[in-house]
Structures are given as C-alpha cells and as structure tokens.
Design a protein around this ligand. Structure first.
Ligand code: LFR
Length: 480
C-alpha cells in the first residue's frame, strides 16, 4: 500500500528539529533527521531569537531528511518578524520573554477594556500576545519601516517558498482574531489603530503554501518539486491534533517549556468568568477551539537546572521523588516566573512569602516545582470542565514532559484521573498528519487520533493517594 514521507519542522523555545514521518494506511513512523539548539541571544536591544540559525538548522534538517513528499513548519506562537517594503527581514525577531511589553497591557485596556477585548478575541491575558508586542513596537524606527508581519513559522515558510501567508491556528494567538468567525477582528484592530494590512492573507491547515525555491532545492540536495503544506503552525495546535484520545471526554496537557492544559471544544467560551480564570480560546484544526490555560511548565525546572550548572536530570528526578510530597508549592501560573534568571531563588522567595517551608537543595526545589505543576494541572483541568460544562474521564499528557514519569504520576494523583502519557513528539506528529491528510492519506481528526493511538507507545498512570491533600495544598496558595 501507498506510503508517503513528510518532513515536519518543529521549533521549540529551546531546540528545533526536523522529523520525518512515514505514513501509510496503518502506519505512522517518526524518525529524527536533525535536532539543533535554539539559543536566544541578549543584545543591548533586548532578548532576541537567532532566526537565521534556526533557518540554517531547517536547511540542514531537510538535507538530512532526504526525499519527502511535502514539508510543514510549526513553532511556538505569538512571535514574528517584520519585513520592509522589499520583503526583507527588519532585525531579529523579539523573544516573547523580552521585557518590552511590561506595562503595555494597561495602556491597551485604557482604550479597549480587558472585558471587551476578551469578549471579542477569547484570548487570555499574557503580556506577550502579539497585540501587546505591536503596541510596544509602535513609535520605533523599525516598526515605521515595517510593511509586513510574518509569524515565525510563516516567516520560515516564506524563506523556503517565496510565498507569504498567515496560518490560522497561530494567527489566533495574536489576539486579533475573532474565534467565532475564525477571521480577523476588524473592531479590535481599528480601536487599537493596528493596520491589518500588515498581515498576509489567512491560510488554513492543509492549504498549499508553495514549493521549495530552486535555491533551497540546491542547498538541500532535494529533487523538486517539493510542496510546502500549511499545518497547525502553532506547535500546540499540532500537538493537540495528535492527542490519542477517542471521543470527547478528555482533557489534554501539552508539556514542554510550557504546560498548556485544557479541552478541545466546538465553540469558544467567552464569559467573564472564563476571563477571570484566565482561559484562552485558541483555534485548532477543523473548526475546533483549544480552550486552555498557560502554565509556566518545565521552564521552571529548565531554568533551575541551568542555574545549578546542568546536573544530571535523571538523578535529580530520582532524588526529588524521595523528598516528602507537597511541603511547599508555588503558583505555576504566576507571570512573575516568565523572565529568565535566578529561578531557584525566585521559587524560594515565593515559598517564603506564602509562609511555607523554603526548599533548599536542588532535590527539594525540583520537588516543589513538580508538585506545583501537578497542582496547576489539576486546577486547570478542573476549572476548564466547570467553565465549559464539559466533563472528562481521562487526561492525555503529550510532549516533552511525558519523559518525566514523576510529573505524569503526580498529575494523575492531583487530578484524581488516569493519565495517558504520549506521544512525546506530539507536535511533529500532528504536523505530519495534517500534511498526510492534505495528500489523501488519513481521514478526519478522529481518524488521525486512532492512528496515533494504534502506532505510538503510550503509558498509563492510575491516580494514587487522596486528592484531598492536593485540595489542601491549593488552599495554602489561595490564602496567602
Ligand atoms: C508552546 C507555546 C504556547 C504559547 C507559547 C508562547 O510552545 O506555543 O502555546 O503560549 O509557546 O508562544
């Protein structure tokens, strides 16, 4: 039977990879062609992405991938490059953890109140939403010269093909999309004086996005024509597409630098209660809504490990498993943890401020982080069900955190629900599956998920212990 190969370019905040997915009737195999670091750079102007190094990594990856039937690109959300009137990139894209958006939201809300903004876009407050970044950029020489804005996956796609577009799932993270119409919100743009002409036309997952340019074929040694296919270019959209769930009664947690915890819905939840709970309505595949909350995620651990000089992670997790549970917890949703640097100290300070024992050793800090993440997972999964009126029986954990057995078990314990962990490379798999579908190989979203469930290795964690302990820990945080 017919098998095709698809290259998935998947860029995360700390590394990028080019994966090759081979797809057939009952086949879905993913191999890594190339992995490269993504190292943000602090220049005198602030924190920047080294997007040329990323593009070079993509080209190396395509060369290593060999013959493929199509290429798709996904990455983290909200960030973008600005192009001048000739289509030339103006400077290095600004990192979403850069401080330029501090205090900007308050300015935006003065002309468009937060409640109205939520009702129009359904997007949770995060200081880095593209909207706030654009308002922060206003008045700079660079922004004055900008004629086009391309989100990171769209920028790389443009360099690969010469064609410009704005992929919808990622566009929904700009805070300029109405999740009901799944189109630009002219009202929001007009009231904030944002020119929607900056954006290239919308395209949807599965749409053609051009052919690799002759120079790219030459550099990668590939024989053309090689089409590029739009995928769920927001990595979280691709990851959710590859959640191996059956039916609708499931929650998901996409784990990595972030934990994105929530539900897949058929319509957005735009109530003020939902806004107060800081849930977002991002767009998913096939008319779905990703109703979820951003939780700081393994960033807390990555930054701590960096501060400790990169000790062995396996040993650290074993030691953390022996530390008594729930001694102290921090609010893993707190935007105070967004910026890089001094993470163990900042966690200790948060424990002290809430009158809890202060974790001292790396094992204690690690335990505090994992307990806190599990607690935040519990809160998000619980609140999402309540706010959306959508009960679940199982929590699917996908992404890098599936390798962390302690985190998966603690999440099951905290939620009081079974956790099914896997696949680890969910974003790359979702990327591959959307390309495969565009090339006639797989069926609808449910069919894609069945294929993932049949072919990928998954681990089940049953909830243990008394969930009331987690309730009590949550209360300690709430009462500070
Ligand atoms: C995860 C992710 C999140 C988004 C954050 C910043 O990689 O895409 O969904 O909120 O990065 O872009």
């Amino acid at each position: 039977i017919d098998t095709k190969a698809f290259a998935a370019v998947d860029l995360g905040a700390s590394s990028g990879r080019v994966m090759v997915g081979r797809v057939g009737a009952d086949r879905l195999e993913l191999t890594e062609a190339h992995r490269f670091p993504n190292r943000p750079v602090r220049t005198p102007d602030g924190l920047r992405w080294d997007v040329l190094a990323l593009y070079a990594g993509v080209l190396d990856g395509l060369r290593a991938a060999g013959r493929v039937d199509s290429v798709g690109v996904d990455s983290w959300a909200v960030d973008h490059g600005l192009l001048d009137a000739d289509g030339v990139l103006l400077g290095n894209p600004v990192h979403y953890r850069d401080a330029r958006t501090e205090g900007v939201a308050e300015r935006v809300w003065a002309s468009l109140p937060a409640g109205e903004l939520y009702a129009a876009t359904g997007l949770q407050y995060a200081p880095f939403n593209t909207l706030y970044q654009l308002v922060a950029a206003r008045g700079t020489a660079q922004f004055a010269a900008a004629r086009r804005l391309l989100l990171i996956p769209d920028l790389l796609t443009y360099w690969l093909t010469g064609e410009q577009g704005t992929e919808l799932t990622n566009a929904s993270t700009t805070q300029l999309i109405d999740p009901r119409t799944r189109d630009w919100s002219r009202e929001v743009a007009d009231r904030l004086g944002i020119d929607l002409g900056l954006f290239a036309p919308l395209r949807r997952p599965g749409d053609p996005a051009g052919l690799l340019r002759p120079e790219v074929l030459e550099e990668t040694g590939l024989a053309g024509p090689v089409p590029v296919t739009a995928v769920g270019s927001h990595d979280t959209a691709s990851a959710v597409a590859a959640v191996p769930a059956s039916g609708e009664r499931f929650a998901y947690i996409c784990t990595g630098t972030w934990s994105l915890a929530g539900l897949e819905l058929s319509a957005p939840v735009l109530t003020q209660e939902s806004r107060a709970a800081n849930f977002t309505n991002e767009l998913g595949l096939d008319g779905t809504v990703r109703y979820l909350r951003n939780i700081m995620g393994l960033w807390l651990l990555q930054e701590s490990v960096r501060a400790w000089g990169d000790p062995d992670l396996g040993e650290l997790l074993l030691a953390a498993a022996r530390v008594p549970a729930l001694r102290s917890v921090v609010d893993a949703g707190d935007a105070g943890f967004l910026a890089p640097g001094r993470m163990p100290e900042r966690i200790a300070e948060a424990c002290r401020a809430s009158g809890q024992p202060v974790p001292e050793t790396p094992a204690e800090v690690t335990r505090c982080i994992l307990d806190s993440l599990a607690l935040a997972h519990r809160a998000a999964v619980g609140a999402a069900q309540r706010l959306a009126g959508h009960p679940v029986d199982v929590v699917h954990v996908v992404g890098g955190g599936t390798r962390n057995a302690l985190l998966c078990q603690l999440t099951a314990d905290a939620c009081g629900l079974p956790v099914v962990a896997g696949p680890t490379e969910a974003a790359a798999l979702g990327n591959v599956l959307v390309q495969a579908r565009a090339h006639g190989l797989v069926g609808d979203l449910a069919g894609m998920r069945r294929l993932v469930a049949r072919t990928q290795s998954l681990t089940r964690y049953e909830p243990r212990g008394d969930p009331a302990r987690w309730q009590a820990a949550a209360a300690r945080l709430a009462h500070r």
